[in-house]
Design a protein around this ligand. Structure first.
Ligand SMILES: C[S@@+](CC[C@H](N)C(=O)[O-])C[C@H]1O[C@@H](n2cnc3c(N)ncnc32)[C@H](O)[C@@H]1O
Length: 222
């Protein structure tokens, strides 16, 4: 099943065009090492949802093939440019698609990766049901997401969410993604260490959760 294309406007194009520049320092000092730990060891057929400009591309080291799913043309342009700039390495392709309707057969993938994506998909529950559907038995869901905090953090997250929806590609800081991911009913979750957010300047995305979940429960209609 396919869904209609997502509307792209001037702001979302600007977000895509500035993404790598704005996050360059954070990638170098903070996110990059987490990405390496998260996806570096994934093997077999891998797909990434909301791959953006391809920040994870250089961190794959053991996969047979990586399909990078990205619904926004402006993001895909940067992603394709990154792929075109590679010389050799793991075969990768960029494809159009939404997390809520993934272009893969049931049980056809060894790993699905989602990094900083579930904050902005329209329907988190459906996206996670799709992750479960496309993973083969024993397949891995590797995630790095920011989730709703408590107390003052939560107040700040709620306050900034209208701004990040508008200027940061529909990103919501007020989503309880930790609970949503726990709802996948994984048999095993291997947490990936994220340094204390106190060490992170310029990154209001907290708390960050990262891990590799295996043995996900199958969606009810499968
Ligand atoms: C903050 S960016 C993260 C990009 C990349 N995953 C990374 O780690 O840098 C969020 C991405 O999610 C994508 N996105 C938004 N809605 C989506 C949906 N329904 N399905 C798949 N991707 C979506 C956006 O186009 C954007 O590329």
């Amino acid at each position: 099943m396919s869904l209609p294309p997502l509307a792209e406007d001037r702001r979302s194009r600007r977000f895509a065009d500035g993404y790598d520049r704005v996050f360059a320092e954070v990638e170098r000092t903070f996110l990059g090492p987490i990405r390496t730990r998260l996806v570096g060891q994934l093997t077999g057929r891998v797909a990434e949802i909301g791959a953006g400009t391809g920040a994870n591309v250089r961190h794959y080291a053991a996969a047979d093939h990586v399909t990078l799913v990205e619904p926004f043309p402006a993001m895909r342009t940067h992603l394709q440019r990154r792929l075109d700039g590679r010389q050799g390495g793991i075969p990768m392709e960029a494809v159009d698609g939404r997390a809520e309707a993934l272009p893969f057969e049931d049980g056809s993938l060894d790993a699905v990766v989602s990094t900083l994506v579930l904050c902005s998909v329209a329907d988190v529950e459906r996206a996670l049901a799709e992750v479960s559907r496309v993973l083969a038995p024993g397949g891995v869901f590797a995630y790095l997401e920011h989730s709703r905090g408590r107390g003052v953090k939560r107040l700040v997250q709620t306050a900034i969410t209208p701004l990040t929806i508008r200027y940061a590609g529909g990103c919501r800081h007020d989503r309880d993604l930790a609970t949503a991911i726990a709802g996948l009913g994984a048999a095993r979750v291997e947490e990936v260490r994220v340094p204390s957010p106190l060490q992170v300047r310029l990154l209001p995305e907290w708390p960050l959760i990262a891990g590799r979940a295996t043995g996900l429960a199958q969606p009810a209609d499968h």
